[in-house]
Write a protein that binds this ligand. Structure first.
Ligand SMILES: [Fe+2]
Length: 207
């Protein structure tokens, strides 16, 4: 998660780019991280360079406090900041290990809400197959300690809805199309086998 102020820096992938093969191919991840995510960081820095009053704010502060942002650049700043925030969460909750199993306090919260891991996965697949063109699936926790799993469009973030993100899956077309073509559901099924539950449980512990 990017908590630093301007200039915002590009965060490396936590593991070598080929670590996620064959679930995520090197070409897709290279474009996804090195072009799409990096461009959000570059664009945001450029906007802040031209609007120095925003230099002192972190990514989260920009998202939480949109009234701080001049109206003429509001949508672009929020789109870039949300893109940075969500992508860092997504890249960091991917594991180089295959067939990871949901575990720990996160599993406990999931079972409280959905009663079975399969039921939870079905909720994720329902969002992925929705006719609404969601870019993100996020399992988050609200201020009453309840789990919610939601789809978000564009680069909207759960924190702007007062939901703290635990598990983030990018389902934008750029995250799967090269390898999976229109088979988004196959991509989602595969992503569910390489989620890093140590990272996800750590997010829950830090609340
Ligand atoms: Fe993405």
């Amino acid at each position: 998660m990017n908590t630093l102020q301007y200039p915002h820096i590009v965060k490396s992938l936590p593991y070598p780019i080929v670590s996620y093969e064959p679930i995520i191919d090197k070409l897709t991840l290279s474009i996804h991280h090195n072009k799409i995510y990096v461009n959000y960081v570059k664009k945001l820095n450029l906007l802040i360079k031209e609007n120095k009053e925003l230099e002192k704010y972190s990514i989260e502060e920009l998202i939480y406090n949109p009234y701080l942002i001049p109206p003429t650049i509001l949508n672009t700043v929020l789109y870039c900041a949300g893109g940075i925030y969500n992508h860092e969460l997504f890249f960091n909750n991917l594991s180089p290990t295959k067939n990871t199993q949901i575990s720990g306090p996160f599993k406990k919260k999931i079972l409280e809400k959905y009663h079975s891991v399969e039921a939870y996965k079905n909720v994720i697949h329902e969002i992925a197959s929705s006719p609404i063109n969601y870019n993100w699936i996020i399992t988050a926790i609200d201020n009453k300690n309840n789990i919610q799993t939601i789809g978000l469009k564009d680069n909207d973030t759960s924190i702007s809805l007062n939901l703290y993100p635990l598990l983030v899956i990018d389902i934008a077309e750029h995250s799967y199309f090269i390898k999976y073509h229109n088979h988004k559901d196959h991509y989602v099924s595969n992503i569910l086998t390489i989620l890093n539950y140590e990272v996800i449980n750590e997010r829950l512990r830090k609340l």
